[in-house]
Design a protein. Structure first.
Length: 210
């Protein structure tokens, strides 16, 4: 309940980040990889670094120029990192899934993994895309959100939660998704959930806090 109260007070991404860092520090978690500064990168890593910064994402570096979040460790494996960041850019900026549904998939996935970095980063984005603040707070607090029954948001949240918890979509859920969203968007929904599971594994596996 205390965590929910803290999350409810967050009003922008910088405040989200301060709460995130404090939460990890109080649990004695430290990042396992020292952030790569630009002057310490080899040519392949530097090429990927500049490709990421040249893309549509924003607020990606810290005060030393190191990349935040999951992209810093991916610099150590530039060929894989390039493929991952290209898929992420396609999902975030060139997909067909409506913004609110995409962000709901991301939050539901981050909530499943208890991935505070993604919850913190995408909380404000989700609100901007049309997700109610109360929904963002509930998911960030590990509680089921109060969504209008039968709405696209309700269906998407329940489907992603089902996919993560049961490792499949039952016939009824799948058929309802196809009827309401169409096959193409259902495929995109599953890909988004998978991609952000990948990022959550990178973040949690390397204990990346910021």
């Amino acid at each position: 309940m205390a965590e929910q109260g803290v999350i409810a007070e967050i009003v922008d991404v910088n405040m989200y980040r301060s709460v995130l860092s404090y939460s990890f520090l109080t649990n004695s978690c430290m990042t396992r990889l020292k952030p790569l500064r630009p002057d310490a990168m080899d040519q392949e890593a530097r090429t990927l670094y500049h490709a990421i910064l040249a893309g549509p994402r924003s607020d990606l570096t810290d005060e030393h120029g190191s990349l935040r979040g999951p992209f810093d460790p991916l610099l150590r494996s530039p060929k894989i990192g390039e493929a991952v960041q290209q898929l992420g850019a396609a999902i975030r900026f060139n997909g067909s899934l409506p913004d609110d549904l995409r962000e709901l998939v991301i939050l539901a996935t981050a909530g499943h993994w208890n991935c505070k970095f993604e919850l913190v980063t995408h909380g404000p984005i989700a609100e901007h895309s049309g997700i109610d603040a109360e929904v963002v707070i509930a998911i960030g607090s590990g509680q089921p959100p109060d969504l209008a029954s039968g709405s696209d948001q309700d269906l998407v949240y329940r489907a992603v939660n089902e996919l993560h918890t049961t490792k499949q979509l039952c016939v009824k859920t799948y058929e309802t998704l196809v009827i309401q969203l169409g096959e193409a968007l259902v495929i995109e929904l599953v890909v988004v959930a998978g991609y952000y599971s990948l990022l959550a594994m990178v973040l949690e596996g390397f204990e990346i806090t910021h």
